[in-house]
Unconditional design. Structure first.
Length: 138
């Protein structure tokens, strides 16, 4: 089917569409935390102008669940065949923003953990994160 909009107009329209978060990945991570009896986390908490997916306020840990496509997972990112330049720049911008956010949170005394979507789906969270969270319960 032929698009009724010009390519430039469609591009501007699609650029204006804002994501609503990666809820399925976040829900999977929340389920893993519950299964492992990890307590003390909060969601939808604004820290230093950013919105980590999970915050452990008493431990000062911010956890981000990063989608393999949107954040450029080194193992699972696949470059789209069309508009490859746009997507390459988009992912590079996302990575740069991730680094800025992490730097700011670290300056404010937070530990920042980023967990890839593929690790969450496989149920293989970073052992250091789980150990630290579980040790803090004692």
């Amino acid at each position: 089917m032929t698009d009724i909009m010009s390519r430039d107009k469609r591009s501007r329209l699609m650029t204006a569409v804002k994501g609503r978060g990666n809820l399925s990945t976040e829900e999977s991570l929340a389920r893993l935390f519950r299964e492992r009896r990890v307590r003390g986390w909060r969601r939808h908490t604004c820290l230093a102008g950013s919105w980590p997916d999970f915050v452990f306020p008493t431990l000062r840990i911010a956890v981000f669940a990063d989608g393999c496509f949107w954040h450029g997972c080194p193992r699972h990112y696949t470059k789209p065949a069309s508009h490859s330049r746009y997507w390459r720049e988009k992912v590079l911008d996302n990575k740069a923003r991730d680094q800025r956010v992490a730097s700011r949170l670290r300056r404010d005394g937070w530990s920042v953990w980023r967990v890839w979507e593929c690790r969450i789906r496989a149920g293989t969270l970073p052992s250091g994160l789980i150990t630290r969270l579980l040790d803090a319960r004692c």
